[in-house]
Write a protein of this length. Structure first.
Length: 160
């Protein structure tokens, strides 16, 4: 499939809001989603978005967040990933994880840092766990009870 994974540009935001609304239930008001995304976008390089684009349309995105400071041994959180329903299970989610992580590691190397680990929080029954095992070799670490809409599993992928 003709899909490109690249860094987000400001003009992608309306497409990303559509992806959010197709994927998540935490916010239903598109204006609020846009505001949240703009906050994240402006928080570069602490927060970094990448999008999957197909024929000029945003069909997915991923958000990375650096935690605990700009450390020599960097800790990243894969804060959010979503792909439009009609484009799922075609490998786009995997490409978003792997290609954006490569860029994140390039960014960290240029800063003189190394990636220590990636933390991911996901619903205990979310099939996305499989995606994180496959792409990052992430392993379940612990469960937080009743975090967003229910119990959430913390997964960790260690690189150092
Ligand atoms: C999770 C998500 C981003 C995966 O995107 P995708 O483009 O379907 O991912 P891929 O096609 O690369 O699939 C990768 C693997 O994940 C697993 N997987 C992911 N979602 C799945 C689903 N809904 N059903 C079955 N398997 C799924 C599969 O095992 C797949 O491995 P395979 O290629 O061996 O079958 C997408 O399902 C989505 O947007 N879901 C809603 C939002 C969400 O839950 N985000 C994660 C929050 S933590």
């Amino acid at each position: 499939m003709d899909v490109v994974v690249r860094r987000m540009r400001e003009g992608d935001i309306d497409g990303m809001v559509r992806v959010y609304l197709d994927c998540f239930r935490g916010m239903r008001d598109p204006k609020l989603v846009k505001e949240w995304m703009m906050c994240n976008y402006r928080a570069y390089p602490r927060m970094q978005y990448f999008v999957a684009e197909k024929d000029g349309r945003v069909v997915g995105y991923i958000l990375w967040v650096e935690k605990g400071g700009f450390r020599k041994e960097a800790v990243l959180e894969l804060e959010q990933i979503g792909v439009l329903k009609e484009f799922r299970e075609k490998g786009i989610g995997s490409r978003l994880v792997l290609e954006s992580l490569k860029e994140m590691r390039r960014y960290l190397n240029e800063r003189g840092s190394k990636l220590k680990l990636v933390e991911i929080t996901t619903g205990t029954s979310n099939k996305a766990q499989r995606l994180y095992e496959k792409t990052l070799k992430a392993k379940p670490e612990c469960v937080i009870r009743n975090l967003y809409r229910g119990d959430e599993l913390i997964m960790i992928a260690r690189f150092l």
